[in-house]
Design a protein around this ligand. Sequence first.
Ligand code: NAD
Length: 546
Amino acid sequence: MYEKPNANGNQPMPSGLALLRDPALNRGTGFTEAEREKYNLRGFLPPHVHNQDEQAVRVLARLRLLADPLEKFVALNALHDRNESLFFRVLCDNIDEMQPLVYTPTVGLACQKFGHIFQRPRGLFIGANDRGRIAQLLRNWPYQAGIIVVTDGERILGLGDLGANGMGIPVGKLSLYTACAGVHPQLCLPVTLDVGCNNAAMLEDPFYVGLRQRRLTGVAYDELLDEFITAASEVFPGVVIQFEDFANQNAFRLLKKYRDRICTFNDDIQGTAAVALAGILSALRITGAKFTEQKLLFLGAGEAATGIADLVVSAMIAQGLAESAARQRCWAVDSRGLVVKSRTDLAEHKLPYAHEHAPVGDLLSAIKTLKPTAIIGVAAVGGTFTQEVLEEMARINERPIVFALSNPTSQAECNAEEAYRWTKGRALFACGSPFDPVKYEGKTYVPRQGNNSYIFPGVGLGAIVSRARRITDEMFMVAARTLAQLVTESDLEQGSLYPALPRIREVSAHIAAAVAETAYKNGLAGKPRSADVLADVRSQMFDPRY
Ligand code: NAD
């Protein structure tokens, strides 16, 4: 018999129309005869019972008739608002097809058009004008949040400042928490801090959903953030707070400020780092080369680049390299050329990778000079891994590691076809946006997305299950190692550096267990270790089937 899927204790069960209008409980035509009787649903539903399998087939068939990804996004959102379990069932069973619709790349366009496609609100909008009453706003949320994904909308994917329209990102990420790791939907709270917007196109758009003002900065910004963090920790004790798509002048600062005070992480910095490290470890399973002998050249020196470099350095140190030697293995080219010590224009987060070297103006020259084993594109500038760049990498390396991680697809450094063709099929390639398999000289290569969604859902779940008080770099390191170990030989055979996405729930369960183990080992867990951590994790995963 039907039981309320409630992560937070029992509230009275509605019946009749109220039940059909509660997306967390509604099963639509999937309610059985007995349930229709028990919950006074007779008459509200057409007589034929369609079970969830049939409902899912119907949803997919309708969805596939839509040609435009944004229309599909809207249709999926409407389903989410109507019947949460069916929405997650469709996502879980078709994650390869659905992830690009509920998250990158479609979510980028959905944020740009957020006000135009707006139907029902989801999550909490906290504005610059809510100073002094943020705890009250959070208490309006009807559930006990276990994880908050929060953005201030200033750097949405590679699209820049979209202000309050950035809400698409926390909503999308939390959908992936549930779909990819089974974090219960009621534990998930998307939050947008509307601190204003400096993008004129947004402010002039009549359908823009946010405050018509320029961004708060300085003390006013910090005070709002601080009130939010303090209130969230009070209202939802132990909640995990994931920072998402903050511009890098705030992202690094906020992470540093809060990481040792509350259970928090920044996915753009740390999640990206772990997924990229996992990809490198997988690539080395193919080449057999030594991790500590890799030389990485980043295109871009922002959150993603510095986050990846920091984790690579920690992993190299863990393998016996001295910190200074490990840092020498990571280099970056930003919009002004190679990041070198003599430059006077460098932001603080770039300094650890500003090495002694003559100035070099561009990526190709930097490749020729430094001879990296890997190039990692995270500058959000499309087309920068040119034919010359890729040919040079293939000239220097038998198997060059080429990660074109920028999102959305328009900002990708190169596409999969270019990566394989211009390296004669030798690139060990990963991408930020999805690309179809590529046939080159009789062999089919299957590129997989170096997408944070392999990492953050499992990390978050592990933190929730162990009630972790902090999220540490070591947790991201074990997450990366676990992910790389789950790549099969046949994945590697076809050039895939990540497991197939349909295995994501299994992958997330293993990552969550590894993260929870790290919390137990380091005295960071808020509960005693269970005898079987993986079983404990699995038992807490939300299953959308009915
Ligand atoms: P960021 O704004 O922090 O950093 C961008 C960096 O690129 C800055 O250092 C900037 O100086 C540099 N840059 C700008 N123009 C350049 C140019 N012409 N040449 C060289 N460098 C240039 O952004 P971020 O958080 O680091 O994200 C960057 C990109 O990576 C975005 O597209 C984002 O979507 C993508 N990303 C992908 C994943 C993934 O899972 N695949 C994860 C995180 C970020």
